[in-house]
Design a protein around this ligand. Structure first.
Ligand code: AMP
Length: 221
């Protein structure tokens, strides 16, 4: 950590395969620290929903379970991290997904605070099961907890994500192992890297995540 490090600023990258619970945990953690949660999957889905040029281009790639190009993704994150609300910190989720994106991220942030990287680990059979029962709101895109029938945020109806059917899920997990697992190796040797067991209750994962972050940046006020 540099001499000017500011431990009130939390910059967290959540790694983990699809279905690891990154979104749920990222949202909870970001809310508790008062920092924005930046989900590149959500940004892309919003673009698809809005029918923008980027959304139209991304849709086919997403529906096939493949990765959107690094240049597009790095551009999205560069723009998002340049906004003032990220000065107090951020939780990045779904990015980086390739080593090229991880390298680019290092160039996008200063040294005021460390980049904490937490990998959420979950066995593959658990992921496949979770993704197949996952439902999101057809109106606002919120991911609903298992067992709910309507969106708790806006009352919208719940649907399966178009990329959560079994064939695409298997492809996304294969893509994860091939393209994204190497970034665990990229970060692993840093003293700001931690792993958390994601095959526990949501509360236990949240507690372990907080402890992991605290062990890197020290206690929070
Ligand atoms: P997610 O909601 O994080 O599971 O992302 C859904 C889909 O969006 C992924 O399967 C990819 O097609 C695309 N996507 C999201 N983030 C990235 C990224 N950092 N790099 C490439 N593609 C991404």
């Amino acid at each position: 950590m540099s001499a000017v490090a500011n431990t009130n600023v939390v910059r967290l990258v959540m790694l983990g395969p699809p279905g690891a619970g990154k979104g749920t945990q990222a949202e909870k953690f970001a809310r508790s620290r008062g920092v924005p949660r930046i989900s590149t999957g959500d940004i892309l889905r919003e673009a698809v929903h809005a029918g923008t040029e980027m959304g139209r281009a991304a849709r086919e790639v997403m529906d096939a379970g493949r990765l959107v190009g690094d240049d597009i993704m790095i551009g999205i994150v560069r723009e998002r991290l340049s906004r003032p609300d990220t000065r107090a910190g951020f939780v990045l989720e779904g990015f980086p997904r390739t080593v090229a994106q991880a390298r680019a991220l290092d160039t996008l942030i200063d040294e005021v605070a460390p980049l904490v990287v937490v990998d959420i680990e979950v066995p593959e059979e658990v992921l496949v099961r979770r993704l197949q029962i996952r439902r999101i709101c057809s109106t606002c895109g919120w991911t609903a907890p298992p067992g709910t029938t309507v969106c708790a945020k806006c009352g919208g109806s719940l649907v399966q994500r178009t990329d959560d059917n079994e064939a695409v899920v298997r492809e996304r997990l294969a893509v994860y192992l091939r393209s994204t697992q190497p970034i665990v190796d990229f970060y692993q040797s840093r003293n700001t890297f931690r792993s958390v067991d994601g095959d526990q209750t949501e509360e236990s994962v949240a507690a372990d995540l907080s402890a992991a972050v605290a062990s890197v940046v020290g206690g929070f006020r």
